[in-house]
Write a protein that binds this ligand. Sequence first.
Ligand code: PEP
Length: 255
Amino acid sequence: MNRNVVAGNWKSNTGFNEAKSLTRAIAEATGDTESQVIIAPPAPYLAALKELCGAALALAAQNCSAYDMGAYTGEHTAQMLADVGVSHVIVGHSERRQLYGETDEVVAAKVHQVSAAGLHPIICVGESLEERESGEHMNVVKRQLQKGFFDVLDAAKAADVIIAYEPVWAIGTGRTASATQAQEMHLFIRQWVHEAYGQMADRMPILYGGSVKPENAEELFSQPDVDGGLIGGASLNAADFISIIKANDKWITAN
Ligand code: PEP
């Protein structure tokens, strides 16, 4: 797996036509990128957009069921996503934790489902403002990693994981973690992965998410343990998203 990744989380945005144009524009720009580029459009569009992605652009879902197929009205399983060409699933996004009450246990069940379907989980972790201000941020992230990752996946499965560090106070707020804050947490996460799983920590993509824009991407991505980004708002604009991908590519090429 490429350690350098830029992923766009479209959340509950875009009409179908807009989603198709955005996918086409991003697919066109990803043929020769150094970074693995991933888009996570709304679930109803996934199967149709797969046709537009081409070989280089990967498709992610923003969520999946915590269960296998069965009587779970409104849910889509990880296997259903795999069947239509999805390769990655975002799990544990703070909006799901906050707005839909997803606990560490639910996150763990979803990570298990994603992994069992042979897909890559993009596991989101991150602290609230209150937790950062009380100095608890590292303990919070460690607990999320332990319960949603280590307790669920053995070393063979762990190698497929992408981690996204997304401080909740930076998501959609325009407030970004400083490059120093991001690097400090990313290093902490990498050391945790090292202790949990050994050398694979050096190959695991650890993405930063939280108000990444073309203006701040280069500084964030230039940190040694920031391998790219999970981008929300700025991924809805093809030019901005492509410029963020280029910022990551520039750093890779320079090193
Ligand atoms: C996100 O929701 O994953 C995110 C990082 O959003 P934004 O870039 O808009 O802060």
